[in-house]
Design a protein around this ligand. Sequence first.
Ligand code: FMN
Length: 412
Amino acid sequence: MRIGKHLKQRYSERDFDDRIVSMDLVEQLALSFIQAPTSCNLQIHNLTLVNDPNLLTLFAKNVTGKVNWAKQLFILTVDSNLTFENNANYISAGMAVENLMLESNRLGLATCPLAGFKGHQFIKDSLGIPNELDIPLIILFGYPKVEGKSSSTYRKPLDYVLGVNQYCIEKPFPKTSYMNDWTEEQIRDYRTRILSVYFPRTRQGVWNSGLNILWDLTKEKIGDRNIYFFPSEKNEFDMLNTLSNKLVISDEIPVYTDYLKNQFADVSVLGEINDKKSDTAFVLNKLMFCKNPDGVIKNINKNVQLNGLVYVSEFNKYGSVALCYSVLRALGFQKHVYHNSSFYKFGPFNFINHSILKASFEKNGFEIIDIRKLDTKALYYKLPRKLRFIDSIWRKLHKESTLYTLKKTRNI
Ligand SMILES: Cc1cc2nc3c(=O)[nH]c(=O)nc-3n(C[C@H](O)[C@H](O)[C@H](O)COP(=O)(O)O)c2cc1C
């Protein structure tokens, strides 16, 4: 086995075909798992194969929908009450899983480790797993629908990993969702890493419903040449796909723009200036994820022709989304940049004061020609059904979003 080849080829597969892996191969995988080093050689981890279609259907419902990606999976169990010094028990289990994943690759199979799931007790009850064991991971495996793929997710550079006689140059990420705690470089780095996991699925997915009003309105505003900033949602892509040669896409994360280049003809990294200026620009409910919204607005000026129209929308400070997330953060929820954060695929966020936005528009050569309060329902669809009435009442008092129409009056 040329290990280097399989190290490079292994990747997380999320689309398996219907074939069931033979018991012979399953046993080979389990043997590679056993072969790994373990703390004190206690070998306190196990695999449970699940390939019964009825069980898989129940798991898809009660554990995670990701189970539908494959026809079989392993449940990893670890006895967390032994060799727990320095997490040696979980480290040992991780080494065993990596063995299994490399061996799968060698055998023409693919894998996807999953830590994003719930229903631990359900799994234990369904499979007769002793209650004292922990279930840290599910490993989907099988034959990939498309053969010959290899890893395409971003990896950080060597000097961010390796330090020689002193710790490497990498600084740990901030942990809060507050924009002020992050530098631009840290945000770019976080997004670069996390985004590459989600191609070609949509980047965010929190607003597939609720901003419809905004996207419907936007369709009416399309110009002859449009520049669209930070597309992320399915609905946005549906609209953008109809524009082909009338469109430039702009985003600040090179791995993301590289991905977009496979779908759209004209894509630029934020900060670049396109040779041909657009007559219309859009940045819809995304400035809240920018460390420097003023810089984005300045960049719009450079990419839009004189008298060109620009549509900028953001959540209102007292609208349902901004108010709800501000209160949640004050109470300690949604405070972490990743754990239990609705916006973990973007990282930190900040609801922008509209007076700051307006000042930035004027400073950067734009005249505000229309301000329209919009009854978007982004929070409504995120709330449990029973609580949606609160949002319906609140939206009568304070509209959730504002859409600005700007005209470029001067170059800067
Ligand atoms: C401990 C662990 C947990 C993971 N959990 C999930 C998960 O819940 N869902 C998912 O789609 N991928 C999951 N992954 C896969 C990672 O997203 C993937 O390894 C990473 O993006 C690098 O891509 P690659 O494996 O294709 O090289 C997990 C990976 C590890 C190691």
